[in-house]
Design a protein around this ligand. Structure first.
Ligand SMILES: C[S@@+](CC[C@H](N)C(=O)[O-])C[C@H]1O[C@@H](n2cnc3c(N)ncnc32)[C@H](O)[C@@H]1O
Length: 396
């Protein structure tokens, strides 16, 4: 029995007991992240940035949004030129965290640059009420200025209603995943059980669903992936992103003409489903540290996994997206002018060395390959006219 201690988890234990003593790992991840009262994001406990539990690019530095805005404006201008009617352009952000990225994007697009500010609306799709509150607080001043900022659910958007740019920075890594384990050469699904006597949460094998079986078989047939890999030892484990395709499909259906930019931790299939990666990529963070034990403090830490590069591209393309390209964040930001930005900061803050130093530090972390620089930017497009070509600065 793979048992681990359960701390501060009465709320979760009640839910597991109500479900008969075992829930799937997928349900576990969904609860600890998205439960409206106790989940890390659901309740709004999530604390991003240097002073929080972990950093994301926008929570670390406004310069990230400054550089990204160059790309977004370029795309919006090109998309506008392809439209037949004067439709409103959208900048839509999935999972906007504490609102840092959206706030800086609005600032640059609507106030500082104004290159394409006319007829632009901003939309956030955020399922977690606790996070929506944080975002509304951060965007209060722009709401007061009357800018068109809406919080919507994906279902509320009409079919093919979006013309513009859709962003998802570190969102797919927060979608619940199934955990699978190799036992006697066969894949089993992992669940999370609670033992009343020892008061412990532990992993337990549960029935594999038809949906999960089909999803893995689909990838194996079409992508030359072998799960478990040849000669995998007993207990080899990985995770499966059962929701990515559904998410991509739902997004695809809402776009009329647009670019989807997904930014995330990502691994190639051959490294993901390899003998050496024998415990998947799931990782939990609290106070800028890795929490080794997923069951230690459910609902009080982030829980995240890498996406698989090939599966994401395959799903996108078979749904109808065109892949414009994939690039490492470090390279994308350099193409968007990171070096010039560093120079500007030095000049601008020549009398405030400590501020200049921390801005420089944050910018360098965005491109550092052992930090956020290794993130992948996936650029997909969907245009009514399939022959439409879009120039993209971030991919050289
Ligand atoms: C790791 S945080 C990233 C926050 C922000 N994008 C950033 O980079 O700072 C994940 C965000 O995705 C949100 N989220 C979780 N599931 C989601 C879903 N199905 N659709 C949209 N957002 C989701 C979370 O509530 C949270 O705001």
């Amino acid at each position: 029995m793979n048992s681990l201690p359960a701390n501060n988890s009465e709320w979760l234990i009640k839910k597991i007991i109500m479900e008969g003593g075992t829930i799937s790992f997928y349900d576990y991840m969904n609860l600890v992240l998205n439960d409206p009262d106790n989940g890390y994001y659901g309740s709004g406990k999530a604390n991003l940035g240097f002073k929080g539990d972990f950093v994301t690019s926008p929570s670390m530095s406004n310069d990230f949004a400054f550089l990204l805005t160059k790309q977004i404006e370029e795309w919006l201008i090109q998309i506008k030129s392809k439209l037949i009617f004067d439709e409103k352009l959208s900048v839509l952000e999935f999972g906007a965290g504490d609102g840092s990225l959206m706030s800086s994007l609005i600032d640059h697009i609507m106030i500082k640059n104004k290159k394409i500010s006319k007829n632009v609306r901003f939309i956030i799709i955020e399922p977690n009420k606790g996070m929506i509150k944080k975002q509304q607080k951060k965007l209060e001043k722009y709401l007061k200025l009357g800018f068109d900022i809406l919080w919507k659910s994906l279902d509320e958007l009409e079919y093919k209603s979006l013309n513009g740019v859709i962003l998802a920075n570190e969102v797919l890594d927060a979608l619940p995943v199934e955990r699978i384990i190799n036992l006697k050469g066969k894949i089993h699904r992992q669940g999370v059980s609670y033992d009343i006597d020892s008061r412990r949460l532990f992993f337990e094998e549960i029935l594999i669903t038809k949906e999960l079986e089909k999803s893995i078989a689909f990838a194996q047939e079409n992508l030359n992936i072998k799960i478990p890999p040849k000669n995998a030892p007993e207990g080899w484990t990985t995770e499966w992103h059962i929701d990515n395709r559904k998410w991509l499909k739902a997004v695809y259906e809402k776009i009329n003409n647009g670019i989807l930019l997904v930014i995330d931790y990502a691994k190639e299939a051959k490294r993901y489903y390899s003998l050496s990666n024998n415990n998947g990529t799931l990782i939990s963070y609290k106070n800028q540290k890795i929490v080794e034990n997923f069951f230690e403090s459910p609902g009080n830490c982030d829980l995240t996994s890498h996406v698989c590069i090939e599966t994401l591209i395959y799903d996108s393309e078979t749904l109808g997206f065109e892949t414009i390209g994939i690039v490492k964040q470090g390279e994308a930001l350099l193409s968007l002018g990171l070096a010039e930005r560093l120079f500007e900061i030095q000049k601008e803050l020549k009398n405030d060395i400590s501020k200049a130093f921390s801005r420089r530090e944050a910018l360098l972390r965005l491109v550092d390959p052992i930090c956020l620089g290794d993130f992948k930017w996936f650029v997909f497009s969907k245009f009514k006219n399939k022959k439409t070509k879009i120039n993209t600065i971030c991919i050289r």
